[in-house]
Design a protein around this ligand. Structure first.
Ligand code: ATP
Ligand code: MG
Ligand code: FE
Length: 349
């Protein structure tokens, strides 16, 4: 069937259409500009913006795919994790579409959507593969088998801040605009990545090999800025940006490649909004090539939040014969990533 995917967990309203692993069309609206002056996403504003954008975004995705609502054979929606008010809007809309069309509804995990997005470019993901998920709220190394059926194994997660959070918070310290990730990526182009000595957290011999910690990096960058200001010297922002980006890219890619070689896995998949970062992309390419690992990174529009990634998971679940969610399915704002489908849990195999 054609699967309509709906995403509304944060500040992007996304709709996408996928059939048999092929992306037919998608559209995204973002309320990012409305949050910029607050320096972060304001939940109430995000929820309101979803109410405003939802139906037009679905319509636009259908138009781009050259389809009408009658062609939709299943609906998938992010039921968590995310902002509760924002999630409610997408789930309510998805129930409306599924109920009125008389088609199955799938409630999916947002991060599994980020993983599935990589399967929309370059064919289905190999089983097994190692996935590095780096986004605004999450940083994890996963062992993924059959996304529609098998539990997702966490090799390691961040112990504190997510990589995206580290970009965003450090950007703020450096006086760069929100969102910080893209701003640091741009500023770093004119900077020297070796200018500021920053740690590579948890990369010592006794450290957990696949766990991450990013809060210390942000603090180190803050101290560097304060030190300059105290000495009456204006800190060179591009140098700080390039050095921070290098520290994050070095740490992420080192651990990701190690997870592959330790487990004898030939494919690394990097997904999530931070996978848009130019240095992370370049360094993973280089290190994967050196280690003989195939790298899969989705194209930029599939890295940040979108509806196509949700449709991609729905498509996998529908083709695997997964049990749909009931129409009274609820949201789960802090859902752990265990299975791609949030409700109901797949039966044990
Ligand atoms: P989650 O998926 O964990 O719920 P989210 O949906 O907010 O969080 P995404 O939309 O996947 O996260 O990614 C947003 C994050 O990606 C932000 O932290 C943003 O700064 C970061 N980001 C986007 N582009 C870049 C870039 N070029 N370099 C670094 N970070 C980036
Ligand atoms: Mg966003
Ligand atoms: Fe996301």
């Amino acid at each position: 069937p054609v699967v309509l995917g709906i995403e509304s967990s944060c500040d992007e309203t996304g709709a996408g259409l996928v059939r048999d692993g092929v992306l037919l069309g998608q559209a995204v609206a973002s309320s990012m500009d409305e949050h910029a002056r607050y320096g972060g996403v304001v939940p109430e504003i995000a929820a309101r913006a979803h109410v405003h954008a939802m139906a037009p975004v679905v319509r636009e995705a259908l138009d781009r795919a050259g389809l009408t609502l009658r062609d939709v054979g299943a609906v998938a929606v992010t039921t968590g994790p995310g902002l509760s008010g924002a999630l409610q809007v997408g789930v309510a809309a998805a129930k409306g579409y599924a109920f009125s069309l008389g088609v199955p509804l799938y409630g999916v995990h947002h991060l599994a959507g980020h993983v599935a997005a990589a399967g929309l470019a370059g064919g289905p993901l190999p089983n097994p593969c190692v996935v590095l998920i780096v986004s605004g709220g999450h940083t994890s190394l996963l062992l993924v088998r059959d996304l529609a059926r098998d539990p997702i194994v966490h090799l390691g997660d961040t112990l504190d801040d997510a990589a995206g959070e580290c970009f965003d918070k450090t950007a703020r310290i450096l006086g760069l605009p929100y969102p910080g990730g893209p701003a640091i990526d741009r500023a770093a182009r004119d900077g020297d990545p070796g200018a500021v000595r920053l740690p590579r957290p948890l990369t010592g011999p006794g450290d957990a090999p696949y766990a991450f910690s990013f809060s210390g990096l942000k603090t180190a960058a803050a101290r560097w800025v304060e030190g300059h200001r105290a000495a009456g010297v204006e800190p060179r922002v591009p140098d700080a940006a390039a050095s921070l980006q290098e520290a994050i890219a070095d740490t992420l890619t080192r651990k990701a490649v190690r997870a592959c070689t330790d487990h004898g896995i030939r494919t690394l998949v990097v997904v999530g909004g931070v996978a848009a970062n130019s240095r992370i992309r370049a360094l993973t390419e280089q290190r994967c090539a050196a280690a003989g690992i195939t790298l899969r990174v989705p194209p930029l529009p599939l890295c940040t939040d979108n509806g196509a990634m949700v449709a991609a998971i729905g498509d996998l679940l529908a083709r695997a014969g997964a049990e749909p969610a009931p129409l009274d399915v609820s949201i789960d704002p802090s859902a752990p990533l265990e299975y791609a489908a949030l409700t109901p849990r797949p039966r044990a195999r």
